[in-house]
Design a protein around this ligand. Structure first.
Ligand code: SF4
Ligand code: SF4
Length: 466
């Protein structure tokens, strides 16, 4: 028999823990330079073509006012208000009615609104609201019995197999990519990003919200409160790429299909990662938009920064992502936050504000508070007005993402500009370059008919050249 055994170092190298990676793995970043706050690195697998500054000195790429910043109430966000706030409900119902009337009256023939487009969109959302998703307990499938046995074995200790916690944390990040995430990072959980209350749209009393409490070691949800203990002090932040051509159809049903597909994958992947952590003996709370604010958690975990449109901007996909998270007591090693010049770029760019049909995205400077009841004051940023977005049929619009230069694959001028900015050679984005890109055709709406007749490589290449 040939000897097929391999030593540990060779194995770690094979699975990417030793600096190289296979398939969906993470490659070790290439360090370009040191800075006062950390290091400038490149890593195609994590950051795509853009260099980023990893903030290893404990700072974050945003400013907070501790006197003002408080945990936001879920009942104050626009999703919840759409359920119980009579003004919001009236607005949303009118909009839904209008969409469906439009579909029926035109027998599904209107361009970008055909029955084919609607069916495609509807199916993409299938798993987004699955009752099996985001459960607070439960193991894996198929091997259910084995899963219970695993969960009853106490905490897994990586030292048992001669692994450090750093290597174990990388293994969990690899598993997250394997289960379907496009990007993954880990942060120490800032409890200010957890919601202060929980609002259930299905509750009989639609305005009723219950508090989220930290009481000893209690981890459970009851009818009167949710209990999340402070021992659950890590968050695994997950980003899911939305289809480039679907978003390019915005405002249209294919853009909503790209969004729905992101939500469906969020539910499957976050719940699967939670089952994995439980099988290792740890607590895990998977969540999509619920439980807490996904964007600051993702920023803390090094997935990106917040841009003018108020969304997470990642170096690899720009704003074209959806976010989920898993909160756990597994002592994972955090990944560093990053800065790749988004704030400076957005100060000049303004494209999302120019192309927002509802006036949701501000053209003004960053502020400490926003104009809406659904904004949470205490962070210096561009506040959006989410009500306006919804009122412009927000489920099919992603114009802001479509036009953003960070959304564009293989954007060579942006790559050069970010590199020069991050290395301190220029201070801001070049507005002329942004305009030139638009003039060349990038960011225009892709008609649904064009999407359906795309000729594989030919069409994709043509559009990417825009
Ligand atoms: S989705 Fe559309 S309406 Fe909403 S902020 Fe973006 S561009 Fe504006
Ligand atoms: S479109 Fe321009 S201003 Fe808006 S988020 Fe993207 S880079 Fe920033």
């Amino acid at each position: 028999m040939p000897d097929r055994s391999i030593d540990r170092r060779s194995f770690l190298q094979m699975v990417g823990l030793g600096g190289t990676a296979l398939g969906v793995g993470l490659t070790a970043p290439h360090v370009i330079a040191e800075t006062a706050r950390g290091v400038i690195v490149e890593s195609e697998s994590e950051y795509g073509p853009l260099p980023v500054e990893k903030l290893t000195d404990g700072t974050f790429p945003y400013e907070c006012d501790p006197e003002v910043l408080r945990a936001m109430k879920e009942s104050a966000n626009v999703f919840s208000r759409n359920v119980y706030d009579p003004v919001r409900r009236a607005s949303l119902e009118t909009q839904e009615d209008m969409s469906h009337v439009h579909l029926v009256e035109n027998k599904g023939k209107t361009p970008n609104q055909t029955r084919l487009d609607w069916a495609f969109m509807s199916a993409a959302w299938k798993w987004a609201g699955s009752r099996e998703a985001y459960l607070w307990e439960g193991g894996g499938g198929m091997m259910g019995g084995g899963s219970s046995a695993l969960m009853n074995m106490g905490h897994w200790d990586p030292a048992d197999i001669d692994m450090t916690w750093e290597e174990a944390s990388l293994a969990v990040r690899h598993a997250s990519l394997f289960y379907g995430a496009s990007l993954v990072g880990v942060a120490e959980l800032n409890r200010l990003w957890l919601y202060a209350d929980h609002h259930s749209p299905s509750a009989e009393d639609r305005a009723r919200a219950i508090p989220v409490l930290d009481e000893g070691d209690r981890f459970e949800k009851t009818d009167d409160a949710w209990y999340i203990p402070s021992s659950m002090n890590r968050v695994i932040a997950l980003a899911f790429e939305e289809d480039y051509y679907g978003i390019a159809n915005s405002p249209g049903r294919l853009a909503s299909a790209a969004t729905g597909d992101g939500y469906s994958r969020m539910a499957l992947t976050a719940s699967t990662i939670a089952a994995f952590l439980r099988a290792l003996g740890y607590r895990a709370l998977p969540a999509g938009n619920g439980v807490g604010l996904s964007i600051p958690m993702a920023v803390d975990a090094g997935l990106g920064q917040v841009g003018r449109m108020g969304l997470l901007m990642t170096p690899k996909y720009g704003p074209r992502v959806r976010i989920a998270k898993v909160i756990t007591d597994m002592p994972l090693v955090p990944t560093a936050p990053i800065d790749f010049g988004v704030t400076e770029f957005c100060e000049v760019c303004m494209l999302c504000a120019d192309d927002c049909p509802s006036g949701t995205v501000t053209k003004g400077p960053r502020t400490w508070e926003g104009p809406s009841r659904s904004n949470n004051p205490g962070t210096l940023k561009w506040f959006a007005e989410p009500e306006k977005c919804y009122d412009f049929n927000g489920f099919s619009c992603s114009n802001c993402k479509r036009v953003c230069p960070f959304n564009k694959p293989n954007n060579s001028w942006l790559h050069r500009m970010i590199r020069q900015g991050i290395e301190g050679r220029i201070k801001t984005a070049d507005r002329a370059m942004v305009g030139l890109d638009q003039a060349s055709g990038y960011g225009q709406q892709l008609e649904a008919r064009e999407f359906w007749s795309m000729d594989g490589e030919k069409s994709i290449t043509a559009r990417e050249k825009m």
